[in-house]
Structures are given as C-alpha cells and as structure tokens.
Write a protein that binds this ligand. Structure first.
Ligand SMILES: Nc1ncnc2c1ncn2[C@@H]1O[C@H](COP(=O)(O)OP(=O)(O)O)[C@@H](O)[C@H]1O
Ligand SMILES: [Mg+2]
Length: 266
C-alpha cells in the first residue's frame, strides 16, 4: 500500500443537464480523508443532483468524478469499491409499497455491485447497525409502521451496515426530532473519530455543527462558498444574536415530491 493520501472525493468541472435544464454548471469539489463537509444551499440549488452525480446515479454530462482514488466512469464497470461507500438518499419512503422489516431494509445495504447474496454473519452486522441508530429493538418491525424519524434512521443504518470509509448523506435529519438528531450526531462523532469521511447535505447545521469541518454552498448549480461553516462565523461575528432559521417545513413537501419523482424516473 502506498502512503499517499488521495482525496476521497475528487470532482472536476461537473455539469449535469436534464432536458433543457442545466442543473450543475461546473462544480469542483475535493474532499480529503477525515473531513466532514456540509453541502448547503437553497432549495433547488442542485445539492441532491450533485450527490447523485457523485455516487453514479446521475452520470455527469461533462466533467469527472473520482472516489477513493478510482475513476467513476459512466457505462463501464468501475474499479471504485462500492462496499466502502454508504449513501443515504433524501428521504422518500424507506419501505416502498411492500412491507419490509427493519432487518430486511438494513440488510439490503450489504448488497451492492456484484454481491447478490448476503455475507456470512449478516444478521449480527444488521443488529450492530440498528444498535448504532438506537433501533435494536425494532429489528422485526415493518418499517412502514415506524415514524418518519425512525424510517430515516433505518436508512442511515442501511448505509452504516457496510462499515463504509465514505458516507454521503442527503438531508439525513430533515423531519427527525431533536432527540434523534442528538443521537445521530453522537453516532457520527464516533464514526468520524474512527476515520470516516463524510459529505452531508444539510438544511441547517443543527446538531452536526460541532462536527462539520468545512461548508460548501451551492447556488444555481455552482459552488458559491467553500470554507468556514457559516454558523461558526455567525457565532464569532455576532455572538448572542439569535440566528434566523429558515422554516423547517418550507421545503419538505416539495423536496419529498421531487425525491419521489426522481426515484421513479427511468
Ligand atoms: N432529473 C431531473 N430532471 C429535470 N429537473 C431536475 C432533475 N433533477 C433535478 N432537477 C431540477 O434541478 C434543480 C436542482 O434540484 P435538486 O438537486 O433536487 O436541488 P436541491 O437538492 O438543492 O434542493 C431543481 O430545479 C430540480 O427541479
Ligand atoms: Mg435535495
């Protein structure tokens, strides 16, 4: 093994067009090992599109992506080791239309690429992942009977069950109650201390603020800020002044509708 520490994510001049819309317009993003990068920006600025491009769901119309030092090339079998990458999509519905248990949904995180059978010991790994999100006692519960926040934690467990080196999360705490957000932040702290690299789309920094090492802000499909997280700067600049939070529900329905739409698009 070489000692050179390559970027975990290296995106160069990424463009993504869908029909007439030019959604990503030249994004450069480098994430180094151990960083926790928050991806921020207004609704519709292209955050979900960017993370989908990074994980290979949206092949870029221009530009290149390297993950874990390997190129992600559309239409060809990639040498990227997908088992080292966990992805938590923006929440639509963890269970889909068919009742699945928490165990089944989390176990599906162990299937990737050419792995079509669950590995030996999968039940223990699923139990460990559910424990990490505080849902060990729900292993046999149908996910559609769980609360929205619990379903979100199931999706996080599905990503964590791989024991990834890179975790990409799209609004993981949207619609999740404060206690669960705190528990999530604690879990993330432990994983980051263990060497995990994180790219997380957030509506606001919230409970994850102490963990975030850098903020990248998108505006109209371009990076408009890359550096100090805005919240930290705000505390420094005007301590004591109450921050104006955007309303938590100003995007939820539209975002979810869009997420659903994107899930069914061929
Ligand atoms: N596949 C697609 N086809 C057409 N428009 C899309 C597609 N995906 C996203 N969009 C549009 O691109 C813009 C960015 O969307 P999105 O990446 O979901 O933003 P964000 O996650 O920052 O809210 C929005 O205007 C959205 O409607
Ligand atoms: Mg989004």
């Amino acid at each position: 093994m070489t000692e050179t520490r390559e970027p975990v994510i290296e995106a160069r001049d990424l463009h993504f067009r869908a029909g007439a819309s030019h959604i990503l317009r030249g994004v450069d993003l480098i994430v180094e090992p151990g960083e926790v990068v928050a991806l921020l920006g207004a609704n519709g600025s292209g955050k979900s599109t960017l993370v989908k491009t990074l994980v290979g769901i949206n092949p870029p119309t221009q530009g290149t992506v390297r993950l874990l030092g390997e190129p992600l090339t559309a239409g060809r079998r990639t040498t990227v080791d997908r088992s080292r990458i966990g992805y938590v999509p923006q929440r639509a519905n963890a269970g889909g239309g068919i009742p699945s248990t928490a165990q089944e949904v989390v176990a599906s995180g162990l299937l990737h690429g050419r792995r079509l059978a669950l590995p030996r010991g999968w039940r223990d790994r699923v139990a460990a992942a559910l424990t990490q999100v505080g849902l060990a006692d729900r292993v046999h519960d149908p996910v559609h009977l769980l609360s929205g926040g619990q379903q979100q934690r199931i999706l996080i467990a599905r990503a964590l069950v791989r024991e990834p080196d890179l975790l990409i999360l799209d609004e993981p705490v949207a619609g999740v109650d404060v206690a669960s957000q705190e528990a999530f932040a604690t879990t993330m702290r432990r994983l980051v201390d263990g060497g995990l690299t994180v790219l997380v789309v957030l509506h606001e920094l919230g409970e994850l603020e102490p963990l975030v090492t850098r903020a990248v802000v998108l505006g109209h499909g371009k990076v408009v800020h890359d550096g100090t997280p805005p919240q930290a700067r705000r505390d420094h600049d005007r301590a004591g002044h109450r921050h104006q939070h955007p309303h938590a529900d100003d995007n939820t329905l539209g975002e979810q509708a869009r997420a659903l739409d994107l899930e069914v698009r061929p």
